[in-house]
Design a protein around this ligand. Structure first.
Ligand code: FES
Length: 232
């Protein structure tokens, strides 16, 4: 099955608050992720049909998002409903932005960049919902897997355990150490750029803070130069 049929993560749910928008890239496709005032998340092509401005720079008003440039406003189906320069115009149905399927599960916003004809992969099951952080690194997913296989997770005050890595799907990995379980939703941005959206099953404020520091160190490890000995 092609990757276009797969559910792919675009953000931690907690990072997109109602009334806000953000840009995301999945395998080169530029997307806007936005949440309307009712809390429903949307993922669209990040391009206004008028002059191509990024919709992720736009403004969310109730259940519409308006383009920053000339204010064209779109409803939750991606249909343009209002053009400020022509307020009485019955906006043609052809002025529409491409929208994608969205599911929120396990504290992550997932989308499918699929055509209607493609069957859906099952949504990855994530047994976690406490957001730790999203991190973005200049490396391949394969390199991230190799580094994570050797990582040690903080499990208590000044305590770390070697983590066990499991690949549930290409976009959902788990790490376990002691009683701690982490989920990682893997966003492939490009061949050498990934986003890792990390969640824990439970944890004190101190542990979540320690995990956030671990994630920051992980980003440095992911981007560290690879030595000749490691390549050989
Ligand atoms: S480019 Fe979006 S309204 Fe003009």
């Amino acid at each position: 099955m092609s990757s276009e049929a797969a559910w792919v993560p675009v953000a931690l749910s907690a990072s997109i608050e109602p009334g806000t928008s953000a840009g995301a890239v999945v395998e080169g496709a530029e997307l806007v992720v936005w949440r309307d005032a009712k809390g429903v998340a949307h993922v669209w092509e990040d391009r206004c049909p008028h002059r191509g401005m990024r919709m992720s720079f736009g403004f969310v008003r109730g259940d519409h998002i308006a383009c920053l440039y000339h204010g064209w406003s779109y409803d939750t189906a991606g249909q343009c409903r209002h053009i400020p320069a022509h307020p009485d115009l019955d906006v043609p149905k052809t002025i529409k932005i491409a929208t994608y399927a969205v599911e929120e599960a396990g504290g992550v916003i997932w989308t499918r960049l699929a055509t209607a004809a493609q069957a859906a992969d099952p949504l990855p099951t994530m047994g976690t919902n406490l957001p730790v952080r999203s991190l973005y690194a200049d490396c391949s997913a394969a390199h991230a897997l190799a580094i994570l296989k050797q990582t040690q997770l903080p499990v208590g005050k000044d305590e770390t355990y070697p983590a066990r890595l499991q690949v549930v799907t290409p976009h959902a990995w788990t790490l376990e150490a002691g009683a701690l379980s982490l989920s990682i939703a893997v966003q492939v941005i490009g061949p050498q750029k990934i986003g890792l959206h990390i969640l824990a099953d439970e944890g004190s404020v101190d542990l979540i803070a320690a995990l956030a520091r671990w994630a920051q160190a992980l980003r440095l490890a992911l981007e560290a130069p690879v030595t000749v000995a490691e390549v050989a």
